[in-house]
Design a protein around this ligand. Structure first.
Ligand SMILES: NC(=O)c1ccc[n+]([C@@H]2O[C@H](COP(=O)([O-])OP(=O)(O)OC[C@H]3O[C@@H](n4cnc5c(N)ncnc54)[C@H](OP(=O)(O)O)[C@@H]3O)[C@@H](O)[C@H]2O)c1
Length: 309
């Protein structure tokens, strides 16, 4: 009843999570897949669980992602049709806000250009434009996207947001669904992706999207690698339709050393660092959902599996 099995290909993460459970939720026994106690576990806490492991747990009743997204579960074709919860953490929002704030200032104030100029010893001041004239768009207005859009609006930017359902956020112009997508994108100077990866959003960052942005716009991808079409990105960068792309997430992580993105002009690669829930927070939220599961109470941060997020 009080056992959680930890499943991931990342050995260091497994160790860190075990330590966090010992620290923050000592009433829970957090075991690895090869521990005989795993067969008793009603809950599995996962980040890219090795294929077949979930299926092999006879008492499993709840799958818990240790991240905000649940798309990593798709990598196991045998993932059982059980309820899935995810972690929603204010620390996540804080980290993402800092990352995106930096990205928007970077492109708005032309730091990308002056860094390039420095390699040529070129002294050319970029024009200073008021934030209120700079158009920024956030795709996805969920737990992270809504906080980011509001933070940027608070910093004075002209902010648009896009989601599947209607939203009302102070000082953010909100657009809805497929019918609102073109108007949302039109003339944006920075596009920030904070969508979950679903069948509908896979490949959404492609030529058609880039063509609607202002010429010389920049892309910030904090969603998932599979949102982005690499060929379209390369083309948009070489034509100048995009002047830069800050990419934090990739189809394959760690990004392989021979991947062309490492050296694509205009691309900045960061190692999936925008934000992460702390290990302590993960242990606390998983332990609370285990308690609720055992007590037959409603679970926190339950995901709609059919919808994919
Ligand atoms: N790079 C990193 O370090 C990092 C860290 C954490 C998370 N992430 C990524 O960020 C994603 C978002 O996290 P979150 O916690 O904010 O997710 P969330 O709370 O589930 O919000 C998702 C948002 O996307 C919108 N959406 C989903 N499908 C859509 C579609 N087809 N068209 C338009 N809008 C759509 C949803 O619209 P509705 O509100 O109308 O449902 C919602 O506003 C995660 O799934 C993960 O991939 C990255």
């Amino acid at each position: 009843m009080n056992t959680v099995v930890l499943l991931s290909r990342d050995r260091l993460l497994l160790q860190q999570l075990q330590q966090a459970f010992a620290r923050c939720a000592p009433q829970v026994r957090a075991v690895l897949a090869d521990d005989p106690g795993a067969a008793e576990a009603p809950l599995a806490a996962c980040w890219f669980p090795p294929a077949g492991r979930l299926q092999a747990l006879p008492k499993l009743r709840l799958i818990h992602s240790v991240a905000a997204g649940i798309d990593h579960l798709e990598h196991d074709p045998g993932c059982p049709a059980l309820p899935v919860c995810r972690v929603v953490d204010t620390g996540h929002r804080q980290g993402m806000t800092e990352y995106v704030r930096w990205a928007v200032i970077h492109y708005h104030r032309g730091f990308d250009r002056v860094l390039r100029q420095q390699t040529e010893r070129c002294w050319e001041r970029p024009l200073q434009r008021p934030a209120g004239l700079f158009k920024v768009g956030v795709m996805g207005l969920g737990s992270l996207g809504a906080a980011i859009a509001q933070d940027l609006a608070g910093a004075g930017y002209q902010v648009r947001g896009w989601a599947r359902s209607a939203k009302q956020l102070p000082a953010v112009q909100c657009f809805v669904g497929t019918q609102g997508r073109a108007a949302f994108l039109e003339g944006l100077e920075v596009l920030i992706n904070l969508l979950p990866l679903t069948a509908e959003t896979r490949g959404i960052l492609g030529g058609e999207t880039f063509a609607r942005l202002a010429p010389g716009a920049a892309l910030v991808n904090c969603g998932r690698g599979a949102h982005l079409c690499l060929d379209d990105l390369e083309q948009a960068l070489s034509s100048g339709q995009l002047r830069g792309a800050l990419l934090d997430v990739f189809d394959e992580e760690p990004l392989p050393a021979d991947q062309r993105l490492w050296s694509m002009p205009g691309v900045t690669v960061t190692p999936h660092m925008a934000s992460a829930a702390s290990h302590d927070c993960i242990a606390q939220q998983v332990a609370e959902n285990l308690r609720r599961l055992n007590a037959g109470q409603p679970l926190l941060n339950l995901v709609d599996r059919a919808q994919g997020y």
